[in-house]
Design a protein around this ligand. Structure first.
Ligand code: PLP
Length: 500
């Protein structure tokens, strides 16, 4: 493609994207395709002859868009948000257009330096202790990774390396193979799947400790587990606490876990993938009380902070740990000696190559400003509370636990089976998309305010869809009443009769 064509087609693509976003509300949030649909529509071989861009665009409309689940639809309430903003897309385009790979400072000085600056900006916005920032006099610093999963794996690997070094020096255990099988990591039974996976990938036993009634990992529980394991000759090494769990958005008390980890020489990593940006608003900072005990923390601007996937922000209190763990020397990769605390980021990550991800973090922070970002967070929380108010006014439903951030968990009083049926019916109709969670072994539906386009009217529309589906379910039940046997079903009969 020639540059003249690129200019023309590029503008058309921008229009296509803006049209898509402006009208995404009118589409069903879930697509109507069967598995394998695309295999039937696209040729089996790559084209031999170059094709025209407009033929590609035709296929985008006919074959690509129909297979999308519309994450930016205001009726998308599943999982957690996929960050999106025009400012971020423009930053991503610049990244693609400038086409650099920042594998060392010299490979593109700005790639390292803008990352240092944006991570300082973002860390300050969150109110992180200064020692985590590159601009502090100490060895701390921030880095952008691709995902929270990657960040957590990195933290675990660094903790493993650090523990082995300490035992080498302090306890004079030279045989690594003697140490490694004894290392053990801890997290809670509410952890994200990626935390468990980090244990698998990093070959470390990982224990999912039981949470309290509110889904939080408590200090006493951790202390007891560590004591028991030490008594059995195991070596506690790594703890992941969660600020904003995936199921119910619970916050582990760092002020309880932190002192135990510090005392035991255990690395405390914080997974705040979704909820982290809330700390931009000072009224929520009490939820990270104890952050000063932490060794590393990750949060995803690509979830709740209007930055497009992928952009995962990770800070370490001591960047020397990561460099010691991951440093592999090669003559063609000369490290820049500097006393400005400018890190060689290739030692801070798994791949060698790095994307210029800070560009989109930079464009988003500049175009929205801290004020705009805080407003976004607060407005999404208030939309979630509005939804909770609507659900709470319908006595067929129960909200449990308390809404947290942009998440409201609710269920039918009738029981798990009916709640599950409701979610299945709603998903089949494709108008709104939510997924299930577990709260104290009860089946709940998770409603998350995800799209930045969501308005109060959208939330009311989503609630209307849920309410109508529920009405329909109870009306249908009457036809099947004679066969009803289980307690849930009897309850639903009572519920139904009460409604009459
Ligand atoms: C979303 C999420 C993750 C996974 O994030 P990725 O960036 O997709 O790896 C991990 N932990 C929590 C708490 C999450 O909400």
């Amino acid at each position: 493609m020639e540059s003249q064509e690129f200019r023309r087609f590029g503008k058309e693509v921008i229009d296509l994207i803006a049209d898509y976003i402006e009208n995404v509300r009118d589409r069903n949030v879930l697509p109507s395709v069967e598995p394998g649909y695309l295999l039937k529509m696209l040729p089996e071989e790559a084209p031999e002859q170059p094709e025209h861009w407009h033929d590609v665009v035709k296929d985008v409309h006919n074959t690509i868009l129909p297979g999308l689940t519309h994450w930016q639809s205001p009726q998308f309430h599943a999982f957690y948000p996929a960050g999106h903003s025009y400012a971020s897309i423009l930053g991503s385009m610049l990244n693609d257009g400038l086409s650099i790979i920042g594998l060392s400072w010299k490979a593109s000085p700005v790639c390292t330096e803008l990352e240092v600056i944006t991570m300082n900006w973002f860390g300050k916005l969150l109110g992180l202790p200064e020692e985590f920032l590159n601009c502090s006099p100490g060895p701390g610093g921030g880095v952008i990774q691709g995902s929270a999963s990657e960040s957590t794996l990195i933290a675990l690997l660094v903790a493993k390396d650090k523990t082995i070094r300490r035992l080498n020096i302090v306890d004079h255990i030279d045989d690594e193979d003697e140490i490694k099988p004894k290392l053990v990591a801890y997290t809670s039974d509410q952890c994200n799947s990626s935390v468990e996976k980090a244990g698998l990938l990093g070959s470390m036993k990982i224990k999912l400790l039981k949470t309290d009634a509110n889904g939080r990992l408590r200090g006493e529980t951790l202390k007891k587990a560590i004591e028991e394991d030490k008594a059995m000759g195991l070596i506690p090494c790594f703890v992941t606490a969660t600020l904003g769990t995936t199921a119910t958005c619970a916050f582990d008390p760092l002020y309880e876990l932190g002192p135990i980890c510090n005392r035991e020489n255990v690395w405390l990593h914080v997974d705040a993938a979704y909820a982290g940006p809330v700390f931009m608003c000072p009224e929520y900072r009490h939820l990270m009380k104890g952050i000063e005990y932490v060794s590393s923390i990750v949060t995803n601007p690509h979830k709740w902070m209007l930055v497009n996937f992928d952009c995962s922000a990770m800070w370490l209190k001591d960047g020397r740990d990561i460099k010691r763990a991951f440093d592999v020397k090669r003559i063609y990769l000369d490290d820049t000696e500097n006393n400005l605390n400018i890190p060689d980021y290739r030692h801070w990550q798994i791949p060698l190559g790095r994307r210029f991800r800070s560009l989109k973090l930079w464009t988003v922070m500049r175009i929205h400003g801290a004020e705009g970002l805080r407003k976004h967070i607060r407005s999404q929380i208030s939309l979630a509370l509005h939804f909770a108010k609507l659900v709470g006014a319908d006595d067929r439903f129960l909200i449990e636990p308390e809404p947290s951030m942009g998440l409201v968990c609710f269920r039918l009083k009738d029981g798990d089976k009916t709640t599950q049926q409701l979610l299945e019916n709603l998903t089949r109709k494709k108008k709104i998309f939510m997924v299930a969670g577990l709260y104290r072994t009860r089946y709940v539906i998770r409603f998350v305010v995800c799209s930045a386009l969501t308005t109060k009217e959208d939330v009311e529309y989503s609630w209307d869809v849920i309410k109508i589906e529920t009405d329909l379910m109870y009306t249908n039940l009457i036809h099947t009443l004679p066969q009803i046997k289980t307690m849930d079903e009897i309850l639903s009969r009572e519920m139904y009769e009460k409604l009459q």
